[in-house]
Design a protein. Structure first.
Length: 255
């Protein structure tokens, strides 16, 4: 099985004790690529370091909505710009809106920081990795306004929103939530997303799929996600793995 994990956080403290051992073991488990996403300016150097040390790891640079309060939207692009000289930076992310944890940053500031990064990504012709939690309407409005290339990470919207997102040319990322009990929306999305717009992901160390729910997640666990989505779509897991890997290569320009 050919696994390309389109969204992970191996720089997270959850991997502090055995990060290199976990990453070194992934290729023998079928993992051919990982897009490791930053969530703050401070996390970017660690993401770049992992991409430099592992041939199959790539980096995304950006500021997550929960960290948006720590940056100035007006000057954020110039702070991100130097990182783009690194050849393994393939996206601007993880960026977006999170109204579930609004106490971390007011909506107005989240919107300004998200918009600044969308404009920057379009200007630099890089895809975006979008976080959207309880903010579907505002997320879709900004995506419609700026029309970036990219992926809706951990998609949690309706089939109607999925159609609107893919009509904009965006990809849809699905992960462990598809395997959870009563996963109606993720499974509906898995069945409806066009074949050339589907990516699979972990969000490691989070969102481990059943039967490992509650454990620390790693990219090899995508095998369970692929089996679940393949069953819904009526295809083989191996074929779906190859298809989603190619989709990720196309979006992120990974050879």
């Amino acid at each position: 099985m050919e696994i390309l994990d389109s969204h992970a956080h191996y720089n997270d403290a959850a991997f502090a004790a055995d990060r290199d051992a976990v990453l070194s073991a992934l290729p023998e488990k079928g993992v051919v690529g990982v897009v490791n996403a930053a969530d703050s300016l401070e996390s970017i150097p660690a993401c770049l370091d992992l991409a430099a040390r592992y041939p199959f790891v790539y980096a995304a640079v950006g500021v997550h909505p929960e960290a948006a309060a720590t940056v100035d939207a007006a000057t954020l692009p110039e702070k991100l710009l130097p990182f783009l000289s690194e050849k393994k930076v393939v996206a601007i992310g993880e960026i977006g809106l999170d109204y579930h944890y609004e106490d971390a940053c007011p909506r107005e500031k989240q919107l300004a920081v998200f918009a600044a990064q969308l404009r920057f990504a379009v200007e630099k012709d890089l895809p975006v990795i979008v976080h959207d939690r309880d903010a579907h309407a505002d997320t879709l409005q900004l995506l419609t306004r700026y029309r970036p290339r990219g992926v809706m990470h951990c998609f949690s919207g309706s089939v109607e929103m999925l159609r609107a997102v893919t009509a904009l040319g965006m990809y849809v990322g699905l992960g462990g939530a598809t395997t959870f009990k009563n996963a109606k929306k993720p499974l509906a999305a898995a069945a409806a997303v066009p074949a050339d717009r589907l990516l699979v992901e972990t969000d490691a160390p989070y969102m481990a799929p059943t039967p490992h729910r509650g454990e620390r997640c790693n990219s090899a666990m995508i095998a369970y996600v692929l089996e679940t989505i393949a069953a819904v779509r009526g295809v083989s897991a191996d074929a779906l793995a190859a298809e989603t890997a190619q989709n990720a290569r196309t979006l992120f320009h990974i050879s």
